[in-house]
Design a protein around this ligand. Sequence first.
Ligand SMILES: [Fe+2]
Length: 176
Amino acid sequence: MNDHLHGIDKFVQQVRADFTATDPEYSQLQPMGQALKSICMAKGFATGLFRQADPGEELMYPLSVDPNGGPSAYLVSDGIGVDTPPHDHHTWAVIVGLRGTEYHLFYRHLDNTSHTVINTAECAVATGDILVMEKSEIHAIDAGRGQHPTWHVHLYGRAQSKLPDFASRCYEVSGS
Ligand SMILES: [Fe+2]
């Protein structure tokens, strides 16, 4: 295994040891992102080992996936024109930008009962940027304002295969 891929796997194994029973506090997510960024940037992430997403394509390569469904990291490449609708993850998340720009929109629930949300904030996640999200956060990715294709490392508190179906985690935007 290539050095930094090995480094990421080792790092995520430690995260797994630390945070399988209890989720990290919000204040622990940013340092986790800094540590992950250091590993990713140390020698330049060899994205050339992976195929970049074509227009309209979303690719997610497992980098370190917990067989028990705990903290897991993926390399994500989104092609030109790939919008990701508002959704939550049912867990915390840490994202590090390698190349291209993911343009994130954030939302809050309109009320307690509906699956409708309203936009509250936004930010660009470009090379070297770190984005952390708590379990309750709802976000979307707007390809029109990002720079695609993208390469980002996504670390989640749970393996993607163990999460509920993506469609069930999506929300309607109020007024759209
Ligand atoms: Fe997401």
